[in-house]
Design a protein around this ligand. Sequence first.
Ligand SMILES: Nc1ncnc2c1ncn2[C@@H]1O[C@H](COP(=O)(O)OP(=O)(O)OP(=O)(O)O)[C@@H](O)[C@H]1O
Ligand SMILES: [Mg+2]
Length: 378
Amino acid sequence: MKYASKKNIAILGGGQLGRMLIQAAISYDVNFYVLDNDENCPCRDLCHYFEKGSLMDYETVYRFGQKAEIISIEIEHVNTAALEKLEQEGKCVIPNSKVIRTIQDKGLQKIFYQHHEIPSTDFVLTDSLEEVRKNQSFLPAFQKLRTLGYDGRGVQALNESNIEMAFTAPSLLEKTADIDKEISVIVVKNDSGETAEFPVVECIYNEQYNLVDYLISPAKITAEQETRAKQIALRVVEKLDSPGIFAIELFLTKAGDILVNETAPRTHNSGHQSIEGNLNSQFDLQIKALLNLPLGSTAITVPSLMLNIIGAKGFSGKVVYKNLTEIMQMENTYIHLYGKKETKPGRKMGHVTLLGKDREELITKAEKIKSILSVESE
Ligand SMILES: Nc1ncnc2c1ncn2[C@@H]1O[C@H](COP(=O)(O)OP(=O)(O)OP(=O)(O)O)[C@@H](O)[C@H]1O
Ligand SMILES: [Mg+2]
């Protein structure tokens, strides 16, 4: 395999996932072009070329993609018709446009799992309140907007008493899973077909904001559950049939079933701990997948916990991190700030990774950090 450096890689989206990719990819001597709507986005000052523009606009994405040899994403809400055109013209789009199209519509995504007999909750598609009412027997359910939801927005628990709150846009109604644990597997595939999967991690949710509060690696599950979770995740990626990095969010139910919740066709919050906790991070493997290089080991070097640094309730505006230096004094604690200038309630502003000897030690330390760290505004 020969290695040619100075490749130009175009990334659609300039958020923290792109920022951490650039950080990992500096070692590979490549140039990053970034497109984002926000000129203050986390990648803004780190990439070689920045363009402000809409990720959903055909012309913008098409013209931007033409500048590079490899095109990838760090958010799935992008114009897939433009990516398809770029593919037809011989550009290397990772993951491919077909996969992004399937995943960016939660309805198509569920149909994909059903078609490939990948275990997932039962669902119906609805377009209006009348249709939700017609499917009342399906409640209690999770209703999800088919497109443009993220970080728990566009997702709500529906039951008979709050049915009036139902989304009226195209949605899916999913049977509520009886969840024991939320776990996640990240799978990477390069263009040569080599795959690697990360050990299973366990996600603890922040109920207020409906996003990951912290995650622990490795997950506390049986060896059999670990194997089964990885098998399901690998099957999802095999059937998606595209190189790239994919995060498969899974529910381990109280009955012991493992169901796919959803797949992200990109790096994911549930892989951030791998920067310090694994031999290669998700971003190391992402850049290797983009360049079609051998992937390398995903093994855990030491147990880790990743805690999201989330904008506190009641604060909006120029960000101030309270007690961050106290946390920096703690041993085996690694701070990552995403460089967002403005905070708002529930916004992911950064994360902290803790390394420790075991789960109990990690959780105790995380709770301590949670009690003192606060993201406020000036
Ligand atoms: N069918 C379900 N049964 C029980 N809980 C569910 C179900 N679907 C979603 N949830 C809960 O809601 C959370 C968010 O759902 P989902 O992952 O579909 O939304 P999202 O907006 O894509 O989230 P994110 O961007 O944070 O991954 C899940 O992690 C889970 O806690
Ligand atoms: Mg999710």
